[in-house]
Design a protein around this ligand. Structure first.
Ligand code: SF4
Length: 260
């Protein structure tokens, strides 16, 4: 949505190639005013966009004032584009704050109770990686490292292609494992182990192998307890990327680790 003309081109090509696009997803950060949003969405409608998933959550509201989300929803209605609100249930809570500015998760806890964040995974699907793992680790109990389920076997999740992401740098993110990347030109055939040692290690031997690698090569010292295997995996990768500046095409984009 930052480059609507290019998105328009993608929609047209998808249509020509008979690729059905269920929806385009937006966090609404691009919204400036009603007039420009209606102009942009009207053009996209003509290029074949029929449904827009609009993210609605406290995690988005931490960064995006709610007037932008509301503005996009309104502009979709005016442009003949269906809105898929994800998720509508949060709307009244977010709308109870001043919609002209973002609001921190602390503000949500102050207003709706100390267990507000703890209840969210029961209301909304959260992949426990990246920033979500950093949030969940402060809320849910940890387990001793040696008892963490799944660390001693390979991560099959990495080969799951049922839901995947490609970022704007040309990285394919395997298994929704944020911060791990495969270059798009390397998709479609077996990965070269020399080029992708970390992903190969995680896939065939599991997180324990990555931990041993980080310990042996860079003196990584794990904590005694972690939330789950993805939390441990993330901490090791953050250590490699940020603490020892391990240069790797797999740990991309680097800013992902710097801004955790
Ligand atoms: S442990 Fe790492 S590689 Fe395995 S599923 Fe979790 S984030 Fe992905």
């Amino acid at each position: 949505m930052l480059k609507p003309d290019e998105l328009s081109g993608i929609l047209k090509i998808a249509n020509e190639e008979n690729i059905h696009i269920q929806y385009v997803e937006t966090n609404s950060s691009w919204y400036k005013d009603d007039k420009s949003a209606i102009r942009i969405l009207g053009k996209l409608r003509k290029s074949g966009l029929h449904t827009m998933l609009v993210s609605i959550s406290p995690f988005h509201n931490e960064h995006i004032p709610f007037y932008k989300t509301k503005g996009v929803i309104k502009a979709c209605h005016k442009s003949g584009i269906n809105v898929f609100p994800w998720i509508q249930e949060f709307y009244p809570e977010i709308d109870s704050f001043d919609d002209q500015k973002p609001h921190s998760l602390d503000e949500y806890e102050q207003k709706f109770g100390k267990d507000y964040l703890k209840k969210i995974p029961g209301r909304y699907w959260i992949q426990p990686g990246g920033r979500a793992a950093m949030m969940l680790k402060d809320i849910f109990p940890h387990k001793p490292l040696r008892n963490l389920p799944g660390i001693y076997s390979g991560c099959d999740e990495l080969s799951d292609t049922s839901h995947f992401h490609l970022d704007l740098f040309g990285n394919y993110i395997p298994g929704l494992c944020s911060g791990l990347s495969i270059k798009t030109e390397d998709l479609g055939s077996s990965l070269n182990i020399d080029k992708y040692p970390i992903i190969s290690m995680l896939y065939s031997e599991g997180v324990i192998a990555l931990q041993e690698f980080a310990k042996k090569k860079f003196d990584f010292e794990p904590d005694e307890q972690y939330l789950n295997k993805c939390h441990l995996c993330l901490e090791i990768r953050r250590f490699l990327s940020v603490e020892v500046n391990y240069d790797s095409i797999e740990l991309q984009p680097k800013q992902f680790y710097e801004f955790l």
